[in-house]
Ligand binder design. Sequence first.
Ligand SMILES: [Ca+2]
Length: 372
Amino acid sequence: MTTHRFKHVFTRALPIALLTVLPGCLAQAQDDTNMGALPASATLPFTLDRVAQFDTPWAIAPLPDGDLVITTKPGLMYLIHDGVAQQISGVPAVGYSGQNGLLDINAAPDFAQSGHIYFTYISPENALVLERATLEGTALTQRKQIWTQTPGGRGQPGGIIAFGPDGNIYLTVGDRMQPDTAQDIQNLRGKILRLQPSGGPALGNPFTVQADAAPFVWTLGHRNAYGLTFAPDGTLWSHEMGPRGGDELNRIEKGQNYGWPEVSNGRQYSGIGIPDHATRPEFTAPSLYWSPVIAPSGMVWVEGSDIAGLDGTMVIGALAGEGLVQVAGDGSRQIARWDLDMRVRDVAQDSNGALWIIEDAEDGGLYKLVPN
Ligand SMILES: [Ca+2]
């Protein structure tokens, strides 16, 4: 990788003075931000309590009363109350295939009053849809499509929902396996969108002067982001899957371009190289990256946990990494990596402070993390 990076640096015209210091700096920077080769932690600060299991669960939504809602990729939704799962009725038909299906779910910040719950799925027509419904007991009612991707696409759907402190919805949309669309401001793939909870682009988005799709865009140049979370100070963090290598943790800032597919710290699956972020300063580089990959999926900012050392940090699920990864709250380093011998699809913290994970498998477990 280092040689690869130098090749791209040296093809650019750089002052001689810079060349004398740059190689060392870049090699250092690369080592400092690649978390992929760091060893797993020898001990776990928790044990796992398997509470329930589902066919290919995808996301966990904590509710204010301590209950959870679980989605499954094939298209079912469950309410978990006192460890017992009840199926939720009124869920729309989804296009279930490969990476597509019923995806993320979040209770609205005013759920206790409104009962509003927001979820994403791939429609039978292969479009990513953001929908709002009212959860009444174990039934979805008053469903409304807030946003529908036009055109749709193939895999790599994204679909992660986060509510901002500004009251708006932030939504990841994957590149749908059409990488070049991530750089097209008028194509809502490979983006993070910012929407009003009732639908329509949020006020103050960076590209409002342009017509049609662009007013929804908050950031661009993303590949397939399955993690999105706000820190208490309002910082928005996201992670995304790289190609072969180069999974990224990104600090998300208004109007920034994160570079996909022009730059990546990974390679194409064919083995063909892609220029690193450092070769193109107009693109925002990741805070951390993972080569080899962990395939990050799900992310939570932890506050008020009974597990030692977690507060003020972010915990990320890992599919290929088969466990959890803990990163510092400022995105500066990986603190721990816990091997759990399972593909972790999502991680969440309930209203009582307990952490939960779900496993990407046909008999995928829902586990509570119990402090040691
Ligand atoms: Ca990037």
